[in-house]
Design a protein around this ligand. Structure first.
Ligand code: SAH
Length: 222
């Protein structure tokens, strides 16, 4: 399967639709985000092992969730679960207007991605650095448990998680701007929460997905 085949397939399924995401899928090459031994499989529509029991997500799932998220140029985004860094780079491409805007003049990078497995933080950072269309300062990889979000760079316009949890953590809702959107796996579903006002959300649920679990380092209240 080539990159063109993969993108045509995702478009034929009507999963990948919006022009900015189609451009991102062409430009932010998944091949640069899979371990070298899987280079030949980089455009297969399935998750691929990245070590530490984790995977780079299936392209169909990434496309589906990003289409729900609808990131826009100029948005500030929090991702939980950097993994390979591929989804963070796709986000970086879109919010930086196709890679034309740098993130340098802001206090926080437009895309903040959290990862609890330290070697994966290094892998994600290296992969993103190796991606020629993502300028320095557009994506910041933060080491740590993302279940509490990252208050320092809040509020966010968009929050997306790549690992599944029993319910959306309160911290993510608090760190979301009014008018913003969370897209996150909850058990085997994908939930979309639109923050209408403080404490008031419109929720949609999509069934039939599989994700790796969100591993929290501490129990809430513990
Ligand atoms: N977005 C990634 C997908 C990685 S899979 C990609 O494009 O490759 C999900 C990732 O979430 C794993 O790397 C896992 O280590 C991480 N993760 C799980 N629980 C987490 C937590 N509480 N905080 C931060 N990262 C977490």
């Amino acid at each position: 399967m080539t990159k063109e085949d993969l993108i045509q397939e995702l478009r034929a399924y009507r999963v990948l639709k919006s022009p900015s995401l189609i451009r991102a899928f062409y430009t932010v090459d998944r091949r640069g985000f899979v371990p070298p031994e899987y280079a030949e499989e980089a455009y297969g529509d399935y998750p691929i092992s990245i070590g530490f029991g984790q995977t780079i997500s299936q392209p169909l799932t990434v496309a589906f969730m990003l289409e729900l998220l609808l990131p826009r140029p100029g948005d500030s985004v929090l991702e939980i679960g950097a993994g390979s860094g591929w989804q963070a780079a796709l986000l970086g491409y879109v919010v930086s207007g196709g890679g034309t805007v740098s993130g340098k003049r802001r206090q926080c990078a437009p895309v903040v991605t959290m990862e609890r497995v330290l070697p994966l933080c290094d892998m994600a950072s290296a992969n993103i650095r190796g991606c020629p269309v993502i300028r320095k300062g557009v994506v910041e990889v933060v080491a740590g448990d993302g279940s509490r979000g990252h208050a320092r760079c809040a509020p966010y316009d968009r929050i997306i998680a790549a690992a599944t949890t029993g319910s959306i953590p309160v911290a993510w809702k608090e760190q979301l701007r009014v008018g913003g959107r969370i897209v996150a796996p909850v058990e085997d579903t994908i939930e979309v929460h639109d923050k209408l006002s403080t404490g008031d959300y419109n929720i949609r649920v999509y069934h039939g997905f599989r994700f790796v679990p969100l591993v929290t380092d501490e129990r809430e209240g513990g």
